[in-house]
Design a protein around this ligand. Sequence first.
Ligand SMILES: [Zn+2]
Length: 89
Amino acid sequence: MEKEMSKDEFVKDVLKDLLCPICEVEHTKQMPHDATSKVYRINFVVENNRNPTWEDAMSHCDEELKQLWREELAKLGIDSKSENVRGIH
Ligand SMILES: [Zn+2]
């Protein structure tokens, strides 16, 4: 007999499919990870011993998307190569 899922378990299960396993933010595989995500940042620091930049967050994206993303970030005053991913000075 299958154990019935509690509501919490059900929600967790649904979210698991929607959320990226690396940054725990909802985005498609083609899109960058959320460089401002706490989970992403913690995992990145543990693995790389430094803070992530947007370039790291989008290293798996294709060049065209990266270029687009860089332009959008630049509009917000954020340098994609900077560890200051929120652009706060
Ligand atoms: Zn992600």
